[in-house]
Design a protein around this ligand. Sequence first.
Ligand code: VGL
Ligand code: ZN
Length: 269
Amino acid sequence: MGNINSSVRRKISTVKKRQQTGSGSNKAVSALLIVDVQYDFIDGSLALKNCPSQHQGEHVIPIINRILDDIHFDVVVYTQDWHTHDHISFFENLPLRAHLLAKDSKSIDELKLFDTAVFVFGDDTVDKKLRVEQILWPTHCVQHSHGAELHKDLSIVKTNRSREVFHLLKGYDSDIDSYSAFWDNQKIRETSLNSKLKESNVTHVFIVGIATDVCVYSTALHAVENGYKTYIVEDACRGVDIGNINLRLDELIKRNCIVIQSGDVKTRL
Ligand code: VGL
Ligand code: ZN
């Protein structure tokens, strides 16, 4: 009984304290996720201007910098696609894994850049086999290469008393791609992002960067799944495939992700 009473008392006093400081449980704790603003997507091997959308990836940079200047975020995260040279997602590496192509996949001779290959991993017991559909991208964002660096014009903010900043590398397992900043594409391994955001009590996640229909999309999907109020800042993102961008955004909207413009971020906090 004594325990129950004291825990009730503790709760009441916490509520009172919150009321006094104005920091109720409704207070938004915000994170800005800056996805893959790397040279290879801007003027390198996977530059968006060479993709079906013909977008210029560099246009996101001044918009993201303005958001960082104008708005306080409790947490800022920079992600980088960070592949090994023998990565499964590179078209050029197809010969390394020709033996893993599924029977119903296009053959090595038929497969072209940007096509989807189907690989099968695992031992001979059917239930342990892992079927992996993989888009074959040009070699990009190889670890420690110039193309994998964050663009020099992107503002890199520092941790201070009121703001946590961290950098997250993804896609470094040779055999598994990782579009999302939360999970690899097979959802086998989780990154540290969710636990870091939860540690900081983040409630609201704003996502900017490249590419709208690939890494931004997957990151947003998992942000919603992980219970964050999730915003995509549309004009601060650019995508690979114009036909896909709107489909992906519509899909996200159906899952309660909110698509906004950079001028509206402030009003959401
Ligand atoms: C991405 C294609 C391949 C992205 C990463 O960052 O959106 N796109 N790897
Ligand atoms: Zn990649």
